[in-house]
Design a protein around this ligand. Structure first.
Ligand SMILES: Cc1ncc(COP(=O)(O)O)c(C=O)c1O
Length: 384
Protein backbone atom coordinates (compact mmCIF):
# COMPACT_ATOMS: atom_id res chain seq x y z
CA UNK A 1 0.00 0.00 0.00
CA UNK A 2 1.17 3.54 -0.68
CA UNK A 3 0.88 5.86 2.28
CA UNK A 4 -2.30 7.90 2.17
CA UNK A 5 -3.55 11.08 3.79
CA UNK A 6 -7.15 10.46 2.67
CA UNK A 7 -8.37 10.55 6.28
CA UNK A 8 -7.58 14.29 6.25
CA UNK A 9 -10.46 14.70 3.76
CA UNK A 10 -14.09 13.81 3.49
CA UNK A 11 -16.25 12.13 4.59
CA UNK A 12 -17.31 10.98 1.14
CA UNK A 13 -20.14 8.78 2.45
CA UNK A 14 -19.07 5.68 0.56
CA UNK A 15 -18.79 7.45 -2.78
CA UNK A 16 -15.64 7.91 -4.84
CA UNK A 17 -14.67 11.33 -6.22
CA UNK A 18 -12.30 10.85 -9.15
CA UNK A 19 -12.97 14.22 -10.69
CA UNK A 20 -10.35 16.55 -9.27
CA UNK A 21 -9.82 18.02 -12.74
CA UNK A 22 -13.25 19.56 -12.25
CA UNK A 23 -13.26 20.28 -8.48
CA UNK A 24 -10.78 19.28 -5.81
CA UNK A 25 -12.10 18.36 -2.37
CA UNK A 26 -11.06 20.67 0.45
CA UNK A 27 -9.21 19.04 3.36
CA UNK A 28 -10.79 19.01 6.81
CA UNK A 29 -8.38 21.70 7.97
CA UNK A 30 -9.76 24.00 5.26
CA UNK A 31 -13.34 23.12 6.15
CA UNK A 32 -12.58 24.18 9.73
CA UNK A 33 -11.07 27.44 8.48
CA UNK A 34 -14.21 28.07 6.42
CA UNK A 35 -16.38 27.44 9.48
CA UNK A 36 -14.29 29.92 11.42
CA UNK A 37 -14.73 32.51 8.67
CA UNK A 38 -18.49 32.00 8.80
CA UNK A 39 -18.37 32.60 12.56
CA UNK A 40 -16.52 35.86 11.92
CA UNK A 41 -19.42 36.98 9.79
CA UNK A 42 -22.27 35.72 11.97
CA UNK A 43 -21.16 38.20 14.62
CA UNK A 44 -18.68 40.49 12.82
CA UNK A 45 -16.69 41.57 15.90
CA UNK A 46 -13.59 39.67 14.71
CA UNK A 47 -13.53 41.37 11.29
CA UNK A 48 -10.74 43.69 12.37
CA UNK A 49 -8.37 45.67 10.19
CA UNK A 50 -5.68 43.12 11.13
CA UNK A 51 -7.77 40.31 9.65
CA UNK A 52 -8.44 42.34 6.49
CA UNK A 53 -4.67 42.58 6.15
CA UNK A 54 -3.67 39.13 7.36
CA UNK A 55 -5.95 37.02 5.18
CA UNK A 56 -4.46 38.14 1.85
CA UNK A 57 -0.97 38.35 3.36
CA UNK A 58 -0.96 34.74 4.48
CA UNK A 59 -2.44 33.50 1.21
CA UNK A 60 0.16 35.40 -0.79
CA UNK A 61 2.95 33.91 1.35
CA UNK A 62 1.66 30.35 0.82
CA UNK A 63 1.36 30.85 -2.95
CA UNK A 64 4.83 32.38 -3.13
CA UNK A 65 6.29 29.32 -1.41
CA UNK A 66 4.34 27.02 -3.72
CA UNK A 67 5.84 28.34 -6.95
CA UNK A 68 9.13 29.65 -5.60
CA UNK A 69 8.62 33.41 -6.01
CA UNK A 70 8.64 36.29 -3.51
CA UNK A 71 5.16 36.59 -2.04
CA UNK A 72 5.05 40.25 -3.16
CA UNK A 73 5.00 39.06 -6.76
CA UNK A 74 1.82 37.00 -6.36
CA UNK A 75 -1.44 38.43 -7.73
CA UNK A 76 -4.55 37.18 -5.93
CA UNK A 77 -7.44 36.22 -8.17
CA UNK A 78 -10.71 34.34 -8.36
CA UNK A 79 -10.00 32.21 -11.42
CA UNK A 80 -7.46 31.46 -14.12
CA UNK A 81 -9.32 33.81 -16.45
CA UNK A 82 -8.53 36.78 -14.24
CA UNK A 83 -4.77 36.66 -14.87
CA UNK A 84 -5.25 35.90 -18.55
CA UNK A 85 -7.43 39.00 -18.88
CA UNK A 86 -4.86 41.11 -17.02
CA UNK A 87 -2.28 40.15 -19.61
CA UNK A 88 -4.59 40.39 -22.62
CA UNK A 89 -6.01 43.77 -21.64
CA UNK A 90 -2.90 45.28 -20.10
CA UNK A 91 -0.01 44.50 -22.45
CA UNK A 92 1.01 47.37 -24.71
CA UNK A 93 0.02 45.85 -28.06
CA UNK A 94 1.22 47.15 -31.39
CA UNK A 95 -0.87 46.97 -34.52
CA UNK A 96 -0.10 43.71 -36.31
CA UNK A 97 1.11 41.84 -33.21
CA UNK A 98 0.37 38.15 -33.27
CA UNK A 99 -0.72 35.81 -30.46
CA UNK A 100 -0.20 32.08 -30.85
CA UNK A 101 -2.62 29.64 -29.24
CA UNK A 102 -3.14 25.91 -29.34
CA UNK A 103 -6.06 24.62 -31.39
CA UNK A 104 -8.39 22.72 -29.06
CA UNK A 105 -7.08 24.41 -25.91
CA UNK A 106 -9.39 25.04 -22.96
CA UNK A 107 -11.70 28.02 -23.74
CA UNK A 108 -10.37 30.24 -20.94
CA UNK A 109 -6.96 30.18 -22.69
CA UNK A 110 -8.45 31.20 -26.01
CA UNK A 111 -11.24 33.71 -25.50
CA UNK A 112 -9.37 36.59 -23.75
CA UNK A 113 -7.01 36.89 -26.75
CA UNK A 114 -9.73 36.64 -29.37
CA UNK A 115 -11.23 39.81 -27.95
CA UNK A 116 -8.04 41.67 -28.98
CA UNK A 117 -8.71 41.43 -32.68
CA UNK A 118 -10.44 44.84 -32.62
CA UNK A 119 -7.11 46.28 -31.36
CA UNK A 120 -5.23 45.04 -34.40
CA UNK A 121 -3.85 41.91 -32.74
CA UNK A 122 -3.97 38.77 -34.85
CA UNK A 123 -4.71 35.43 -33.19
CA UNK A 124 -3.29 32.32 -34.85
CA UNK A 125 -3.79 28.70 -33.81
CA UNK A 126 -1.20 25.95 -33.93
CA UNK A 127 -2.72 22.55 -34.60
CA UNK A 128 -0.66 20.08 -32.54
CA UNK A 129 0.13 16.72 -34.12
CA UNK A 130 -0.16 14.97 -30.76
CA UNK A 131 -2.71 16.81 -28.56
CA UNK A 132 -0.36 19.50 -27.18
CA UNK A 133 2.11 21.79 -28.96
CA UNK A 134 5.69 20.51 -29.18
CA UNK A 135 8.65 22.93 -29.17
CA UNK A 136 9.46 22.19 -32.83
CA UNK A 137 5.88 23.02 -33.83
CA UNK A 138 6.12 26.29 -31.97
CA UNK A 139 9.48 27.06 -33.59
CA UNK A 140 7.95 26.53 -37.03
CA UNK A 141 4.91 28.69 -36.25
CA UNK A 142 6.69 31.78 -34.91
CA UNK A 143 6.90 34.76 -37.27
CA UNK A 144 8.51 38.18 -36.79
CA UNK A 145 5.07 39.45 -35.67
CA UNK A 146 4.66 36.87 -32.86
CA UNK A 147 4.51 38.59 -29.48
CA UNK A 148 3.01 35.96 -27.20
CA UNK A 149 2.20 32.29 -26.76
CA UNK A 150 -0.53 31.19 -24.36
CA UNK A 151 -0.86 27.47 -23.64
CA UNK A 152 -2.01 25.16 -20.89
CA UNK A 153 0.55 23.04 -19.09
CA UNK A 154 -1.80 20.09 -18.66
CA UNK A 155 -4.52 19.93 -21.28
CA UNK A 156 -7.94 19.43 -19.67
CA UNK A 157 -9.41 17.74 -22.73
CA UNK A 158 -6.71 15.14 -23.45
CA UNK A 159 -4.65 14.70 -20.27
CA UNK A 160 -1.39 15.42 -22.14
CA UNK A 161 1.15 17.65 -20.41
CA UNK A 162 3.06 20.16 -22.51
CA UNK A 163 6.82 20.57 -22.29
CA UNK A 164 6.90 23.91 -20.43
CA UNK A 165 10.67 24.12 -20.49
CA UNK A 166 10.93 23.35 -24.20
CA UNK A 167 8.17 25.78 -25.16
CA UNK A 168 9.59 28.45 -22.87
CA UNK A 169 13.07 28.04 -24.36
CA UNK A 170 11.74 28.58 -27.88
CA UNK A 171 9.82 31.65 -26.69
CA UNK A 172 12.92 33.09 -25.03
CA UNK A 173 14.98 32.53 -28.17
CA UNK A 174 12.47 34.58 -30.20
CA UNK A 175 11.62 37.19 -27.56
CA UNK A 176 8.06 35.89 -27.34
CA UNK A 177 6.13 36.23 -24.07
CA UNK A 178 5.10 32.81 -22.72
CA UNK A 179 1.90 32.67 -20.68
CA UNK A 180 1.15 29.28 -19.11
CA UNK A 181 -2.17 28.23 -17.66
CA UNK A 182 -1.23 25.78 -14.92
CA UNK A 183 -4.74 25.13 -13.60
CA UNK A 184 -4.58 21.37 -14.16
CA UNK A 185 -1.08 21.00 -12.80
CA UNK A 186 -0.04 23.09 -9.80
CA UNK A 187 -0.68 21.06 -6.66
CA UNK A 188 -0.10 17.77 -8.50
CA UNK A 189 3.19 18.70 -10.22
CA UNK A 190 6.04 20.62 -8.61
CA UNK A 191 6.95 23.92 -10.26
CA UNK A 192 9.56 26.47 -9.40
CA UNK A 193 9.24 29.55 -11.58
CA UNK A 194 12.98 30.11 -11.23
CA UNK A 195 13.70 26.90 -13.12
CA UNK A 196 11.20 27.26 -15.96
CA UNK A 197 11.27 29.96 -18.65
CA UNK A 198 7.67 31.16 -18.27
CA UNK A 199 6.82 34.87 -18.29
CA UNK A 200 3.42 34.65 -16.67
CA UNK A 201 1.32 31.91 -15.17
CA UNK A 202 -2.24 31.62 -14.03
CA UNK A 203 -3.90 28.91 -12.02
CA UNK A 204 -7.23 28.16 -10.43
CA UNK A 205 -7.38 27.29 -6.75
CA UNK A 206 -10.29 24.90 -6.82
CA UNK A 207 -8.79 21.87 -8.55
CA UNK A 208 -5.39 20.44 -7.58
CA UNK A 209 -4.91 23.13 -4.91
CA UNK A 210 -8.02 21.85 -3.12
CA UNK A 211 -9.52 25.28 -2.51
CA UNK A 212 -13.07 26.60 -2.72
CA UNK A 213 -14.55 27.54 -6.08
CA UNK A 214 -13.86 31.17 -7.04
CA UNK A 215 -10.15 31.12 -6.14
CA UNK A 216 -7.06 31.51 -8.30
CA UNK A 217 -3.82 33.39 -8.67
CA UNK A 218 -1.44 34.79 -11.19
CA UNK A 219 2.24 35.55 -11.42
CA UNK A 220 3.70 37.90 -14.02
CA UNK A 221 7.45 38.43 -14.45
CA UNK A 222 8.02 41.76 -12.69
CA UNK A 223 9.57 43.54 -15.71
CA UNK A 224 6.60 42.51 -17.88
CA UNK A 225 4.17 43.42 -15.11
CA UNK A 226 5.65 46.92 -15.11
CA UNK A 227 4.75 47.35 -18.79
CA UNK A 228 1.01 46.69 -18.26
CA UNK A 229 -1.33 49.58 -18.95
CA UNK A 230 -4.26 48.72 -16.79
CA UNK A 231 -6.15 51.21 -14.69
CA UNK A 232 -6.65 49.59 -11.33
CA UNK A 233 -6.86 51.64 -8.16
CA UNK A 234 -8.51 49.49 -5.51
CA UNK A 235 -9.00 51.65 -2.44
CA UNK A 236 -7.96 48.87 -0.03
CA UNK A 237 -4.64 48.58 -1.86
CA UNK A 238 -4.09 52.31 -1.54
CA UNK A 239 -5.07 52.64 2.13
CA UNK A 240 -6.58 50.65 4.97
CA UNK A 241 -10.09 50.79 6.38
CA UNK A 242 -8.56 52.59 9.40
CA UNK A 243 -7.63 55.54 7.17
CA UNK A 244 -11.36 56.20 6.84
CA UNK A 245 -11.30 57.30 10.47
CA UNK A 246 -8.93 60.18 9.76
CA UNK A 247 -10.45 63.61 9.50
CA UNK A 248 -10.43 65.10 5.98
CA UNK A 249 -8.44 62.18 4.59
CA UNK A 250 -8.07 62.51 0.81
CA UNK A 251 -7.63 59.32 -1.21
CA UNK A 252 -4.34 59.13 -3.04
CA UNK A 253 -2.97 56.86 -5.73
CA UNK A 254 -0.01 55.00 -4.24
CA UNK A 255 2.76 53.89 -6.54
CA UNK A 256 5.19 51.03 -5.99
CA UNK A 257 2.54 48.52 -4.97
CA UNK A 258 4.05 45.85 -7.21
CA UNK A 259 1.87 42.82 -7.92
CA UNK A 260 -0.68 43.85 -5.27
CA UNK A 261 -1.84 46.59 -7.60
CA UNK A 262 -3.42 43.87 -9.75
CA UNK A 263 -5.14 41.85 -7.02
CA UNK A 264 -8.78 41.09 -7.57
CA UNK A 265 -11.11 43.32 -5.55
CA UNK A 266 -12.13 41.97 -2.15
CA UNK A 267 -8.70 40.64 -1.18
CA UNK A 268 -9.91 39.77 2.32
CA UNK A 269 -12.37 37.34 0.78
CA UNK A 270 -12.73 35.53 4.11
CA UNK A 271 -15.03 32.68 3.06
CA UNK A 272 -12.82 31.68 0.16
CA UNK A 273 -9.31 32.82 0.93
CA UNK A 274 -9.14 31.63 4.52
CA UNK A 275 -9.91 27.98 3.70
CA UNK A 276 -7.87 28.13 0.51
CA UNK A 277 -4.84 29.28 2.48
CA UNK A 278 -5.35 26.32 4.82
CA UNK A 279 -5.47 23.98 1.80
CA UNK A 280 -2.27 25.34 0.29
CA UNK A 281 -0.46 25.21 3.62
CA UNK A 282 -1.66 21.61 3.94
CA UNK A 283 -0.36 20.78 0.45
CA UNK A 284 2.98 22.44 1.25
CA UNK A 285 3.12 20.37 4.43
CA UNK A 286 2.60 17.13 2.48
CA UNK A 287 5.14 18.23 -0.14
CA UNK A 288 4.14 18.60 -3.80
CA UNK A 289 6.76 16.05 -4.90
CA UNK A 290 5.27 13.47 -2.54
CA UNK A 291 1.80 14.30 -3.79
CA UNK A 292 2.99 13.93 -7.39
CA UNK A 293 4.39 10.48 -6.60
CA UNK A 294 1.24 9.47 -4.74
CA UNK A 295 -1.08 10.67 -7.51
CA UNK A 296 1.04 9.02 -10.18
CA UNK A 297 0.93 5.70 -8.31
CA UNK A 298 -2.88 5.92 -8.37
CA UNK A 299 -2.80 6.71 -12.09
CA UNK A 300 -0.50 3.73 -12.73
CA UNK A 301 -2.76 1.43 -10.72
CA UNK A 302 -5.78 2.52 -12.72
CA UNK A 303 -4.07 2.09 -16.09
CA UNK A 304 -2.61 -1.29 -15.13
CA UNK A 305 -5.97 -2.61 -13.93
CA UNK A 306 -8.08 -1.47 -16.87
CA UNK A 307 -9.64 -4.21 -18.98
CA UNK A 308 -8.05 -3.60 -22.39
CA UNK A 309 -10.49 -5.88 -24.17
CA UNK A 310 -13.15 -3.29 -23.42
CA UNK A 311 -11.36 0.06 -22.95
CA UNK A 312 -8.56 2.04 -24.60
CA UNK A 313 -6.35 4.55 -22.79
CA UNK A 314 -6.22 7.78 -24.81
CA UNK A 315 -3.83 9.81 -22.63
CA UNK A 316 -0.13 8.91 -22.12
CA UNK A 317 0.20 5.52 -20.43
CA UNK A 318 3.81 5.36 -19.33
CA UNK A 319 4.90 7.46 -16.39
CA UNK A 320 6.73 10.45 -17.88
CA UNK A 321 6.57 14.24 -17.95
CA UNK A 322 3.89 13.96 -20.63
CA UNK A 323 1.58 11.93 -18.40
CA UNK A 324 -0.58 13.97 -16.04
CA UNK A 325 -3.13 13.13 -13.37
CA UNK A 326 -5.89 13.30 -15.99
CA UNK A 327 -6.48 9.85 -17.50
CA UNK A 328 -8.67 9.65 -20.59
CA UNK A 329 -10.22 6.34 -21.54
CA UNK A 330 -12.78 5.25 -24.10
CA UNK A 331 -14.89 2.16 -24.51
CA UNK A 332 -13.84 0.40 -27.71
CA UNK A 333 -17.37 1.17 -28.86
CA UNK A 334 -17.07 4.90 -28.35
CA UNK A 335 -20.79 5.51 -28.42
CA UNK A 336 -21.08 3.61 -25.12
CA UNK A 337 -19.01 6.14 -23.15
CA UNK A 338 -21.91 8.31 -22.06
CA UNK A 339 -23.79 5.27 -20.71
CA UNK A 340 -20.66 4.04 -18.91
CA UNK A 341 -20.21 7.47 -17.35
CA UNK A 342 -23.79 7.46 -16.09
CA UNK A 343 -23.48 3.88 -14.85
CA UNK A 344 -20.34 4.76 -12.89
CA UNK A 345 -22.10 7.73 -11.30
CA UNK A 346 -25.09 5.56 -10.39
CA UNK A 347 -22.74 3.13 -8.67
CA UNK A 348 -21.16 5.97 -6.67
CA UNK A 349 -18.02 6.54 -8.75
CA UNK A 350 -17.77 10.12 -10.05
CA UNK A 351 -15.57 10.78 -13.08
CA UNK A 352 -16.05 13.30 -15.92
CA UNK A 353 -17.42 12.89 -19.42
CA UNK A 354 -15.28 15.13 -21.66
CA UNK A 355 -14.88 15.28 -25.43
CA UNK A 356 -16.84 12.03 -25.79
CA UNK A 357 -14.48 10.15 -23.45
CA UNK A 358 -14.22 9.38 -19.75
CA UNK A 359 -11.77 11.38 -17.65
CA UNK A 360 -10.48 9.94 -14.38
CA UNK A 361 -8.57 12.41 -12.20
CA UNK A 362 -7.33 11.12 -8.81
CA UNK A 363 -5.63 13.30 -6.20
CA UNK A 364 -4.33 12.98 -2.68
CA UNK A 365 -7.79 12.47 -1.14
CA UNK A 366 -8.21 9.26 -3.15
CA UNK A 367 -6.93 5.84 -2.15
CA UNK A 368 -5.94 2.63 -3.90
CA UNK A 369 -9.31 1.22 -2.91
CA UNK A 370 -11.03 4.13 -4.73
CA UNK A 371 -9.15 3.09 -7.87
CA UNK A 372 -10.13 -0.55 -7.35
CA UNK A 373 -13.77 0.49 -6.84
CA UNK A 374 -13.68 2.38 -10.14
CA UNK A 375 -12.13 -0.60 -11.95
CA UNK A 376 -14.68 -3.01 -10.45
CA UNK A 377 -17.54 -0.70 -11.41
CA UNK A 378 -16.21 -0.46 -14.97
CA UNK A 379 -15.99 -4.25 -15.16
CA UNK A 380 -19.50 -4.67 -13.78
CA UNK A 381 -20.90 -2.20 -16.32
CA UNK A 382 -19.12 -3.74 -19.28
CA UNK A 383 -18.97 -7.54 -18.88
CA UNK A 384 -16.33 -8.89 -21.28
C1 LIG B 1 -7.00 24.46 -18.04
C2 LIG B 1 -8.13 25.16 -17.35
N1 LIG B 1 -8.07 26.48 -17.18
C3 LIG B 1 -9.03 27.14 -16.54
C4 LIG B 1 -10.15 26.50 -16.05
C5 LIG B 1 -11.17 27.31 -15.34
O1 LIG B 1 -10.97 28.65 -15.60
P1 LIG B 1 -11.57 29.83 -14.74
O2 LIG B 1 -11.04 29.71 -13.36
O3 LIG B 1 -11.10 31.03 -15.37
O4 LIG B 1 -13.05 29.66 -14.77
C6 LIG B 1 -10.26 25.12 -16.22
C7 LIG B 1 -11.40 24.33 -15.74
O5 LIG B 1 -12.38 24.71 -15.17
C8 LIG B 1 -9.22 24.44 -16.89
O6 LIG B 1 -9.28 23.12 -17.07
Amino acid sequence: MIETCASDFGPFDGRVWLNCAHQGAIPKVAARAAEEAVQWKIAPFPLTTERFTDVPLRLRAALGRLIGVPSDDVILANSASYGLHLMANGLPWRDGDEVLLMKGDFPSCVLPWMGLESRGVRVRFIEPRDRVIQPDELEAAITPATRLLCATWVHSLSGYAADLEGLGAVCRAHDVIFVANCSQAIGARPLSVEDVPVDALTCVGFKWLCGPYGTGFCWIRPDIRETLHYNKAYWLSMQTADDLGKENAVPEIRSGLGARKYDIFGTANFFNYKPWTASIEYILGQGVENIRDYDQALVSRFIAGLNRNVFKVLSPEEESDRRSTLVFISHRQRNRNQAVYEGLRDSGVYVAYRSGSLRIAPHLFNTESDIDRALEALNALTPA
